[in-house]
Design a protein around this ligand. Structure first.
Ligand code: URA
Length: 292
């Protein structure tokens, strides 16, 4: 029983880290954690004997049920004060020359080859497959996530796990197919235990991401979650301050929204995410597909 409780405490802590991270609180672990609260969560989990995994849901925006109060989570808001930057953001590289549409796939291949069997940061030590990016090299819409998880690390492709299924649904809800967009991440190798990439890791990897963005040159770029928004915009701010508007970024229109993994944990926010995606759709001149 004691061992079971230990494992449950660890799981509750890991789950809490992920939950906070997706809300953009990347430094909460520097704040004290209430052990009594963790113990209570762990005891509940043992009692219920439930697997921690969350069911994947479709993005059903129009028919979303009223938000349910979830008393198992702490009561804190997106309006938490800004987190001071921990590391300076390096100056972003100059925007690359426009690549003709017909040459974009080859130009991405050149970047992939340059990355090679990368050992530029510590993340390579735990990697199975490097996740470069995937999709249409001439896409008008590009998504940027945080970094590969276990499924992506195994397959070498971005967003192929549960969060990826939700992202696929979001893309379809926008009236597009996944193969019509381009998807990449801030870091190309899986951080251990899916932790947030460290600034040195992200800053080592983003020059390649910026080059991918410059080659694809999407009209609209969607940053999925706080880590993507932070490293694309080069400023650390809570998501609440960045969502709901268009940011000019490297010749594209950047829109910030929640990470799909966060939406899986808190489906109440799907409405908000849909509002963000509608801004993207307006920029792209897209209408949602008609039902039926
Ligand atoms: N989460 C991410 O941020 N990126 C992926 O590729 C998968 C999950």
């Amino acid at each position: 029983m004691a061992r079971q409780l230990d494992a449950a405490i660890r799981d509750a802590l890991v789950e809490r880290v992920r939950f906070y991270r997706d809300l953009g609180l990347t430094e909460f672990y520097r704040r004290p954690v209430d052990p009594a609260l963790l113990l209570a969560e762990a005891a509940d989990a043992v009692e219920e004997q439930q697997p921690a995994s969350v069911a994947v849901e479709e993005l059903v925006v129009a028919t979303s049920p009223e938000p349910q109060q979830d008393n198992s989570q702490p009561n804190y808001s997106q309006e938490d004060p800004p987190i001071p930057p921990r590391a300076p953001f390096p100056a972003q590289p100059k925007i690359g020359a426009v690549v003709p549409a017909a040459d974009r796939a080859a130009a991405l291949e050149v970047i992939r080859e340059e990355i090679g069997n990368c050992t530029r940061c510590a993340l390579h030590t735990g990697r199975n497959k490097l996740v470069f990016g995937d999709g249409d090299a001439t896409a008008r819409l590009m998504f940027v996530g945080e970094g590969p998880g276990a499924d992506e690390d195994a397959q070498g492709l971005p967003f192929v796990g549960k969060a990826g299924q939700l992202l696929n649904n979001m893309i379809v809800a926008m009236g597009l197919r996944r193969d019509q967009v381009y998807i990449a991440n801030v870091v190309k190798c899986r951080p251990p235990g899916n932790r947030t990439p460290e600034p040195t890791e992200a800053n080592t990897c983003t020059p390649f991401l910026f080059r991918q963005i410059d080659v694809v040159r999407p009209q609209v770029l969607v940053a999925l979650g706080a880590t993507a928004a932070t490293y694309l915009l080069g400023q650390r701010q809570p998501l609440a301050g960045l969502r709901g508007r268009v940011h000019a970024f490297r010749g594209t229109q950047l829109i910030v929204t929640y990470h799909p993994a966060f939406l899986l944990r808190d489906p109440r926010q799907k409405k908000e995410a849909w509002a963000d995606l509608q801004i993207a759709m307006k920029e792209l001149g897209l209408k949602p597909p008609s039902k039926g």
